[in-house]
Write a protein that binds this ligand. Structure first.
Ligand code: BG6
Length: 484
């Protein structure tokens, strides 16, 4: 729907950037922090690229002032970060670690002093290890009450200072990689029934937090962040169009429908029931999900790439695909579910060195779809390019590829807004470079380069501004006008 009359980015649009505790903080056992499942998982040789881990990460924990100063100098309007559950509750849900709470008070206060709206993610994958050991974490319904307690602790501590809250980051990713593809803790593979049950538990935990929020943070906004994969049928063969519908139901709407409508998509539920892997409901679950959905204020969207969908016969591809964690372009293989779909490469689009499709229009398609289906405001909580960067001798980093990637996506977001989507915020992934879970430190996302710590024995952790840092600064200052 191209129009001649262009509207501007909305007033008070939150130009932002994001991170997650485990990927930036380091200080993995400082000031009373307990271990998380990731602290344990990464120590098993062979689980991550070159056995990299977040023990030090980019040491944001000890560079707090410097990092927020860099954000302020850039003019950032919002900073999305996650709280490490194991800093707040290190070894038991009965004892709060005050030093953990203080750390985030300091971060939030620094943001506010610099006119940066803090945006808190309650859970970005780093479950305290003691909960995994006690009842296998998300596999048990016990986690629902514990998550609620943790969320309430945060609402009470920070609710008067923080308006924007994200309950869960990418539930669809951490559950799939934890229980289906064995790439994340607890490293389980093809546990389909458990995978759907775990997801059900996460939904209930999210729902409890959303309801508790209503009284504790009046005027606040809450939602979940979802890893959105808009999809295209490979062609107009009807069986490929049905495969796309199956894909959307099982890979996108399974999550978004619950957050926004409080119920699972029907066809997908029927399919899983027939297979005997659908989640079991207890009395009250359906009502809880439905009630929470009425109070969700936005859909959080993490967008990196789109997918192509083609029908996959019963004797077709049966794999989650080989995941490219090395940056050797072309090493990824295509995933598929027999009887449903497979995801061939999109020959119309370029890919990153990690084989992720680059598709700016996909973000607009995703926003349009969310607007039509849920009529909710949208927070783009992540979008960015993982790439190799080079630090030049003079301390500069020229990353035109990142600027192009972000600019093209922003232009499409602007079009989505013109077409009726209400987009409140745009957070790039990420502000500083950080640990890319399975891909080490060489896959860089930041506006701020942090001195190479992958190969160095004692990295300096010095911060350097990339060209994209200055570019985004201009974008923010002009409210997006310099994009065009
Ligand atoms: C999202 C996560 O999946 O994508 C981030 O929320 C992650 O934590 C980002 O870093 C990019 O993925 P990756 O695998 O390249 O680090």
């Amino acid at each position: 729907m191209m129009q001649a009359n262009k509207t501007a980015f909305p007033e008070n649009f939150l130009w932002g950037s994001a991170s997650a505790a485990y990927q930036v903080e380091g200080a993995w056992d400082a000031d009373g922090k307990g271990p998380s499942i990731w602290d344990e998982f990464v120590k098993v040789p062979g689980t991550t690229y070159k056995n990299t881990n977040g023990d030090v990460a980019v040491d944001h924990y000890h560079h707090l002032e410097e990092d927020v100063r860099l954000m302020a100098e850039m003019g950032l309007k919002t900073y999305r970060f996650s709280i490490a559950w194991a800093r707040i509750f290190p070894s038991s849900m009965d004892e709060v670690n005050q030093k953990g709470l203080d750390f985030y008070h300091k971060l939030i206060d620094l943001c506010l002093e610099n006119n940066i709206e803090p945006m808190v993610t309650i859970y970005h994958w780093d479950l305290p290890l003691f909960l995994q050991q006690k009842y296998r974490g998300w596999e048990s319904r016990e986690v629902i009450a514990d998550f609620k307690k943790y969320a309430v602790t945060l609402f009470e501590a920070y609710g008067s200072k923080v308006k924007y809250w994200i309950t869960i980051n990418e539930q669809n990713i951490f559950t799939r990689m934890g229980w289906m593809t064995a790439q994340h803790p607890p490293k389980m593979s093809s546990e389909e029934k458990l995978y759907y049950q775990v997801n059900h538990n996460v939904f209930l935990a999210h729902a409890e937090a959303v309801l508790a929020f209503q009284d504790l943070v009046p005027g606040g906004m809450i939602g979940a962040s979802f890893a959105l994969h808009p999809s295209y049928a490979i062609d107009c063969k009807p069986e490929n169009v049905v495969a796309k519908m199956d894909y959307d139901d099982l890979k996108n709407y399974w999550w978004m429908d619950v957050y926004a409508h409080g119920r699972y998509p029907k066809a997908a539920m029927k399919y899983l029931q027939t297979k005997g892997v659908a989640p079991e409901f207890e009395p009250g679950d359906a009502e809880l999900l439905a009630e929470a959905a009425k109070h969700v204020d936005f859909m959080g969207v993490n967008y990196y790439r789109s997918d192509v969908v083609e029908y996959n016969p019963l004797d077709g591809v049966d794999s989650s695909g080989v995941f490219n964690t090395t940056g050797e372009k072309g090493s990824m293989t295509i995933p598929g579910v027999p009887g449903l779909y497979k995801n061939p490469l999109n020959s119309n689009l370029p890919t990153t060195d990690w084989d992720w499709t680059i598709d700016p229009i996909g973000i607009r398609i995703g926003c349009r779809d969310i607007t039509s289906r849920y009529n909710l405001p949208i927070i783009i909580s992540e979008n960015g390019l993982g790439a190799f960067d080079t630090l030049e001798e003079d301390g500069s980093i020229h990353d035109p590829y990142r600027i192009t990637y972000l600019a093209e996506h922003l232009k499409e977001i602007k079009l989505a807004i013109e077409e009726g989507s209400e987009v409140l915020a745009y957070c790039t992934w990420s502000f500083t470079d950080l640990l890319s879970w399975l891909n080490g430190y060489q896959k860089r996302y930041g506006f701020v380069y942090v001195d190479q710590y992958e190969e160095a024995v004692e990295p300096s952790l010095k911060r350097y501004k990339k060209d994209s840092y200055y570019w985004y600064k201009d974008i923010i200052a002009s409210d997006g006008e310099t994009l065009f």
